[in-house]
Ligand binder design. Structure first.
Ligand code: SAM
Ligand code: ZN
Length: 221
């Protein structure tokens, strides 16, 4: 990446060679990351979905929907290089998810050398007007691999149960409608490597501990 990225990247990550997909790029942890920590804040050109659908092969391969109406979508190689979010590969057992539209957070402690992954179900949506339906044979190699990644996966109820909090908010709203009685989860402030000291950092550490108390399965050993 020669030019400054549009997105903020935690100092503990970098774009490198994927450990999941031979010969492809991926986003790798270069230092340990705590559960709940912000890994990336996505930035870059935002386009509306009709424009996205006209962009052609770039739009088909690269695009992260942030609502039913808008997506991050690079128009050319140079924009792609500056949007590291597009180098995050899919895993059916992800270690990252969406805190909100823009922030990608660690779902558990991540060791140096591990690849950062999220489940593409957290974001893929079958946009009206797009003839291209995303479907890829999954090569994540995890024990619970579902073998295919498609733009309909956001509707899988087991994923809502397991990872509902970590979907893009526009999809979360859609499946909260599918499960009457579910309430929107409380929003917690999470730690961020930018603020390593001071009162805000202290507040974030308190929030992180509260998060781990609610999700002990993600606590570091
Ligand atoms: C946003 S790109 C990810 C970056 C890509 N590895 C690269 O080097 O440009 C998405 C594409 O990566 C591939 N990909 C990501 N995760 C995958 C997985 N678990 N199994 C198979 N292909 C995957 C698919 O071709 C998908 O269309
Ligand atoms: Zn898989």
């Amino acid at each position: 990446m020669n030019r400054k990225p549009f997105s903020w990247m935690c100092p503990a990550i970098g774009v490198g060679t994927s450990s999941i997909l031979a010969g492809q790029r991926g986003v790798m942890a270069v230092a340990p990351i705590k559960a709940g920590e912000v890994i990336m804040v996505m930035g870059g050109p935002v386009v509306d979905i009709p424009t996205h659908n006209q962009i052609g092969s770039f739009g088909e391969e690269y695009g992260i929907d942030i609502s039913e109406h808008f997506s991050f979508c690079p128009c050319n190689e140079e924009e792609l290089e500056r949007m590291p979010q597009f180098f995050i590969n899919h895993s059916c057992e992800p270690n990252a998810g969406f805190l909100d539209q823009l922030q990608i957070v660690a779902l558990r402690a991540i060791a140096a050398g591990e690849e950062i992954t999220y489940d593409y179900a957290f974001v893929l949506f079958s946009n009206p007007g797009n003839e291209h339906r995303f479907q890829v044979e999954c090569r994540c190699g995890t024990a619970h691999c579902r073998k295919q990644i498609t733009c309909d996966d956001w509707q899988i109820p087991e994923l809502h149960q397991k990872f509902g909090r970590w979907f893009q908010p526009f999809l979360r709203r859609r499946f909260y409608d599918l499960h009457p009685g579910w309430a929107e989860a409380a929003v917690l402030e999470v730690p961020c490597a930018v603020e390593s000291s001071g009162p805000l950092a202290k507040g974030r550490e308190v929030a992180r501990r509260a998060y781990l108390a609610q999700h002990p399965q993600f606590a570091a050993e």
